[in-house]
Design a protein around this ligand. Structure first.
Ligand code: ADP
Length: 310
C-alpha cells in the first residue's frame, strides 16, 4: 500500500486571469484528516474539484494529482469509485424523501436490492436519521440535510471522503454534531480531505493542514505544532481602542508583539502577567484575553483575517 492517499504536486488552475490555484503541493497520508484552511476565494473548492475530476488543472506547467494511484483527469471513473464527495452546495433532490435520495445514489454506484437496503439502513442509523427516512428534504433542518449528504457520500464505502466546507451556515451546536460524525469516520479509517474557513474546525479535526491564501500555500503542518512554534500562548484582543493611550507605554515592550493593523488591536505574549497588567488599565468590555489560535497564525502570515473579504 502506498503511504499516501493523495499527492498534489505543483498544481495550477486559472480562470482567465484569475489564478485560483497557484503552484500548490501537499501530500495526504492514509487515514488522516487533512485540512485546506483559508478565506473565501483562497482556491479550496477549485483544488477539491480537480481532485474528483470536476475541473481540469492547467496543462502548463503540468502538475501532478495522484489519488490512490489514479489521476482524476485521466481516470475519473476509477477515482470516483474511491471517493465520497460532500459538496458545498446542497444538491439533494427536493422531490424525493430521505430514503429515496440515498436509494437513487445507491443505483449510481451499482448497489441494488438487499445490498442497497442494508447500506442505506446502516448509514441512516450512523447519521441518526432513521426516524426521518420518509421525510421530504424540505422538512429537514440544515444539520439533518448535511448529515444526509455525508451519508450519501459514504454509500459506496469510499476510501477517501472529500468535504468542502461541511459546516458552513450551520449553527454551533449542529457544527459540533457534524464534527463528532467526522471523528467517527476517521476512527473507521477513512482518509479525509476537508476545506474550511473556520480555524476552530481545522484545529479540532485536522491531523495536518495547509493554510491557503490567493491560491497558494502559506503555511503547512500539524495544527498544535504550528501554534507552539509560531504563535505566542496568549492574546489580548482590544476591541475598543478609545482608551489606547493608557497602554501606549507597553507597546514597545520586548515581552509583547502588537498587531495594530486592524479594528481590533491584538497584543500577543507568552507572559500572561504582562497581558493582565495591560488589561488592568482598560475598562471591562474593552478587551478579551484568550489563547493564541490558527487565525492568529493566518494574520501573522498574510496580514489579514480569515473572514476578510477576498
Ligand atoms: P474558495 O473555495 O477558497 O472560496 P474558490 O476555489 O471557490 O475559493 O475560488 C478561487 C478563485 O477562483 C476565486 O477568485 C473565484 O472567484 C475563482 N473561481 C472559482 N471558480 C470559478 C469559475 N468557475 N470561473 C471563474 N472563476 C472562478
Amino acid at each position: 500500500m502506498q503511504p499516501f492517499a493523495i499527492s498534489v504536486q505543483n498544481v495550477h488552475k486559472s480562470y482567465g486571469k484569475t489564478r485560483a490555484v497557484n503552484g500548490l503541493s501537499f501530500v495526504v497520508r492514509q487515514a488522516e484528516c487533512f485540512g485546506l484552511l483559508g478565506p473565501n476565494g483562497a482556491g479550496k473548492t477549485t483544488m477539491m474539484a480537480m481532485m474528483y475530476g470536476k475541473a481540469e488543472r492547467d496543462a502548463s506547467p503540468a502538475g501532478v494529482i495522484d489519488v490512490l494511484g489514479f489521476d482524476p483527469q485521466y481516470n475519473p471513473l476509477n477515482v470516483r469509485h474511491l471517493l465520497g464527495v460532500v459538496p458545498q452546495d446542497d444538491n439533494l433532490d427536493g422531490e424525493l424523501n430521505v430514503y429515496q435520495n440515498l436509494s437513487l445514489f445507491a443505483k449510481f454506484y451499482g448497489l441494488s436490492g438487499n445490498a442497497a437496503k442494508a447500506a442505506i439502513e446502516r448509514l441512516l442509523e450512523t447519521m441518526e436519521l432513521t426516524d426521518k427516512k420518509r421525510s421530504k428534504i424540505r422538512e429537514l433542518s440544515g444539520g439533518m440535510r448535511r448529515r444526509l449528504i455525508i451519508a450519501r457520500a459514504l454509500l459506496n464505502d469510499p476510501k477517501i471522503l472529500i468535504l468542502d466546507e461541511p459546516t458552513t451556515g450551520l449553527d454551533p451546536q449542529v457544527r459540533h454534531m457534524i464534527w463528532d460524525t467526522l471523528r467517527l469516520m476517521k476512527k473507521n479509517g477513512i482518509t479525509m480531505l476537508l476545506s474550511t474557513h473556520y480555524m476552530e474546525e481545522a484545529f479540532q479535526l485536522c491531523d495536518n493542514l495547509i493554510i491557503m491564501h490567493k491560491g497558494e500555500k502559506v503555511i503547512e503542518g500539524r495544527p498544535r505544532e504550528l501554534l507552539d512554534q509560531s504563535i505566542e500562548k496568549y492574546v489580548l484582543d482590544i476591541v475598543n481602542k478609545e482608551h489606547e493611550d493608557r497602554i501606549k507605554g507597553y507597546l514597545d515592550s520586548p515581552l509583547i508583539r502588537a498587531d495594530l493593523s486592524k479594528e481590533t488591536l491584538h497584543i500577543y505574549s507568552n507572559h500572561i502577567d504582562t497581558l493582565n497588567e495591560i488589561a488592568a488599565r482598560l475598562e471591562p468590555g474593552d478587551y478579551f484575553l484568550r489563547a493564541g489560535n490558527l487565525e492568529d497564525l493566518f494574520i501573522k502570515a498574510t496580514g489579514r483575517a480569515l473572514d476578510d473579504p477576498a
